[in-house]
Design a binder for this molecule. Structure first.
Ligand code: ADP
Ligand code: ADP
Length: 227
């Protein structure tokens, strides 16, 4: 776990007239879930990708746990990322999918089993551990992708519209599960969505972006109660 800081962080894509993320100052506390919201094109994904090291930073800096990671490789940042297009390994069971990174890292079998059980319990995946992804619903698949990401116990968890491929009913169910998982693990989280209800469920605080700039950052209640 760690704090995350954007300090004047800027990303200006070549050939565009204004920065996609413009001088962003944002401090995310240890264990906090910060939701980035705002209309399409306001810079949410770019800001998240800058943190994960998937997008260059053209100005300012980004810190994780106090350390400057502005130009660090993604691997060095100890971040797990979940996208809307979850890619599970189709030939592996749920159990094997969740355990994948730990096996690659050659963690001991007992510790892997312990962590898989814990993740499966928290994500309500216990009945499906021996199934393959094609036998799961979209919501279940997305939870497997999350299990696979969090089982490494990263310092920071990044999610970019993780529910947008799900139908309305599954979205409600899954967002409640993600919110409770995030709180239980207490992992510092940055969550991108354009959905206000999702932002209210997930966020300890909400940061509103507009044209790449931070408009407001406060609790969901304060941010959304205003006219
Ligand atoms: P989002 O759901 O975040 O709005 P988009 O459909 O806008 O996603 O973008 C999808 C992909 O296309 C992303 O990888 C993004 O970086 C890239 N992209 C978005 N806008 C442009 C652009 N103007 N020029 C080049 N690539 C772009
Ligand atoms: P959001 O996630 O809020 O929809 P993005 O971060 O995807 O916003 O995009 C912010 C702005 O940057 C948009 O104007 C988008 O078109 C532009 N953009 C995103 N990716 C690229 C890219 N690879 N090249 C050029 N422009 C991009």
């Amino acid at each position: 776990m760690a704090t995350v800081e954007y300090r004047g962080a800027t990303r200006h894509y070549a050939g565009t007239s204004s920065p996609a993320v413009d001088n962003l100052d944002l401090r995310i506390r240890d264990g906090e879930c910060m939701v980035l919201v705002g209309p399409s094109g306001c810079g949410k994904s770019t800001a998240l990708r800058m943190l994960a090291g998937l997008e260059a930073v053209d100005g300012g800096e980004i810190r994780i746990g106090g350390a400057d990671v502005t130009h660090a490789e993604p691997k060095e940042r100890d971040i797990a990322m979940v996208f809307q297009n979850y890619a599970l390994y189709p030939h592996m069971t749920v159990r094997q999918n969740i355990a994948f990174h730990l096996r690659v890292a050659k963690m001991g079998t007992r510790e892997i089993e312990h962590r898989v059980s814990e993740a499966a319990r928290m994500l309500e995946l216990e009945p499906y551990l021996d199934r393959r992804p094609d036998k799961l619903s979209g919501g279940q698949r997305q939870r497997v992708a999350m299990g696979r990401a969090i089982i490494r116990r990263p310092r920071v968890f990044c999610m970019d519209e993780p529910l947008s491929n799900l139908d309305a009913k599954l979205r409600v169910q899954t967002r409640t599960q993600i919110a409770s998982l995030q709180r239980r693990l207490g992992v510092t989280t940055v969550y991108v969505t354009h959905d206000q209800v999702e932002a209210m469920t997930m966020g300890d605080r909400v940061a509103i972006l507009k044209d790449g700039r931070l408009q407001q950052c406060d609790t969901p209640r304060t941010v959304f109660d205003r006219p």
